[in-house]
Design a protein around this ligand. Structure first.
Ligand SMILES: [Zn+2]
Length: 259
């Protein structure tokens, strides 16, 4: 465990299609409030002056420009769906500047990345401009990064087993539907929990707002932030007012510092 405090930057807080969603004229998609504009979900954890990214989706390039991120220590992947991986090719400027970037994923996710980005993973006859990565296949055993313990948390995204991550006393869980009791044990005494809350109505593979609040009240973090939000959750301002005292709706660009 590191005594170093962690800063979280919410690079994107939207569901897979982002908010506003293309071609929709539902009211939240027409909102003028900047906090209702959500790129695809991704966060930056910063400690010891280094940046660790969780997921690297289709909005990666603009997210890096917007948050002015100068270097990436590692990328931790939660799962292989496009809204969480589609930016991998865009890490090239970081590779050119700092060399190969460490990526961490479970075996199934790494294999999926390899299929989609065969030219990045190629060992021979590599395209000279391709992104350079160092693969780190992980299972649910804790590992160290920047002298801090990273604990992969198995969460269920419908029937798909995916990873959330506990970094020190901060955890990021996205695309959650259920969490086994044994995994919930690993989420005790958190300072900050980031957890997905898709919308008001139930969904087969995501927690809705009510279920996310129930999970938070069971896990009892000091503070919780909701992410991976669809326009069907409602307006940021209105939903925010309805939340319990220690629960906040994240929005793009929000920075949170561990106390
Ligand atoms: Zn997603």
């Amino acid at each position: 465990m590191s005594a170093e405090k962690i800063k979280i930057t919410f690079l994107g807080t939207g569901t897979s299609q982002g908010v506003p969603m293309l071609l929709s004229d539902e009211e939240v998609n027409l909102s003028k409030d900047k906090k209702d504009k959500r790129l695809r979900s991704s966060v930056l954890f910063t400690w010891k002056g280094k940046n660790v990214l969780i997921d690297c989706g289709p909005d990666f390039r603009y997210q890096m420009l917007r948050a002015d991120v100068k270097s990436i220590e590692a990328i931790l992947f939660t799962h292989e769906h496009s809204d969480h991986i589609a930016g991998l090719d865009e890490i090239r400027p970081y590779c050119y500047k700092q060399g190969a970037v460490h990526i961490y994923a479970k075996d199934r996710v790494m294999e999926s990345l390899e299929r989609r980005y065969e030219y990045i993973f190629a060992k021979e006859n590599r395209y000279p401009g391709a992104a350079q990565i160092i693969e780190n296949v992980i299972d649910d055993a804790p590992f160290e990064l920047l002298e801090t313990s990273i604990i992969p948390i198995n969460v269920m995204h419908g029937s798909l087993e995916i990873f959330g991550y506990r970094i020190g006393d901060v955890a990021y869980l996205t695309d959650v539907k259920t969490i086994a009791a044994s995994e919930r044990e690993k989420l005790k005494n958190l300072d900050i929990l980031v957890i997905s809350a898709l919308r008001i109505n139930a969904h087969p593979t995501h927690l809705n707002l009510e279920e996310a609040l129930q999970m938070i009240s069971e896990l009892k973090p000091k503070k919780a932030y909701l992410t991976h939000i669809s326009h069907r959750l409602g307006f940021h301002e209105e939903v925010s007012k309805s939340l319990p005292e220690n629960v906040f709706l994240a929005y793009d660009g929000l920075e949170v510092q561990q106390d």
